[in-house]
Design a protein. Structure first.
Length: 256
């Protein structure tokens, strides 16, 4: 999921006129975005170390923007600005679509934190921005977040509750990618085997299927099967970050 977030960030920056630099050119960059993960403690410490090394860079290039995105940004929020004085922008996991607006604010001299989880559920979460239109593979986000608050897991806190993407929207993106020559698509989500549970809770129908389904595995089946069946031009597979046993049906287990 972080890889897909990085793709969206890169594509949005390119749409603003920025061009990507290589790993050795970051000290001449106009904007540096550190995309982060906080599933384990060690990567979180590495984030602070990585951000710290840009202190001298900021002194030499005071007009450049330094931003941090991803789960550590969501988790730490305002605390990052207090701890890293040369940091300009904190972008939460549900604020990527606002990147152009946030960068403009940072350029005006404002230090910006965007880590809100409220607002319209799903708005801006599933953007189709891509930096490389010629790649034969692509990630497509099917759902994001998780509503299972396990004692050992930080995902619900930094990614928010589960939000499933409408089937039609997924299919439209898959078809567009196939038309562009993509041959392999990976469906992403923190807990993809719970697909559709939140749609039922919100009282919406999964297109073309029984709205009275109670088993989340059946919701998964009724949601994902049309995607696999109608995506014959490409190979579609799913990738999940979490596995929640109560969301697995006999049908899902037979497919694994």
């Amino acid at each position: 999921m972080n890889d897909r977030d990085s793709e969206r960030i890169a594509a949005l920056l390119e749409s603003m006129g920025y061009t990507p630099g290589d790993e050795n050119a970051d000290m001449n960059a106009d904007i540096v975005v550190v995309n982060t993960c906080s599933v384990r403690e060690k990567p979180q410490h590495k984030v602070y170390s990585e951000l710290g090394r840009y202190g001298n860079f900021k002194k030499e290039r005071p007009g450049a923007i330094i931003a941090v995105a991803g789960c550590v940004a969501q988790q730490e929020g305002e605390a990052l600005l207090k701890r890293i004085p040369h940091l300009d922008l904190v972008i939460g996991t549900r604020a990527i679509s606002r990147l152009p607006e946030l960068v403009k604010k940072a350029h005006s001299g404002e230090r910006v934190v965007a880590v809100e989880m409220n607002g319209n559920a799903g708005q801006g979460l599933f953007g189709a921005e891509r930096p490389d239109p010629h790649s034969p593979t692509a990630f497509v986000v099917a759902m994001t977040g998780c509503s299972n608050h396990c004692a050992y897991c930080i995902v619900p806190s930094v990614r928010g509750p589960a939000i499933s993407r409408p089937v039609d929207e997924i299919l439209d993106e898959v078809r567009n990618l196939a038309d562009e020559g993509v041959l392999e698509i990976t469906l992403l989500g923190q807990n993809v085997n719970a697909y559709g549970v939140d749609i039922k809770i919100r009282g919406h129908k999964i297109r073309g299927h029984n709205p009275d389904l109670n088993n989340s595995g059946e919701l998964f089946k009724s949601g994902y099967v049309p995607i696999f069946e109608q995506s014959s031009q490409v190979m579609v597979k799913s990738r999940l970050t979490l596995l929640w046993r109560t969301h697995l049906s006999d049908w899902q287990l037979s497919q694994r």
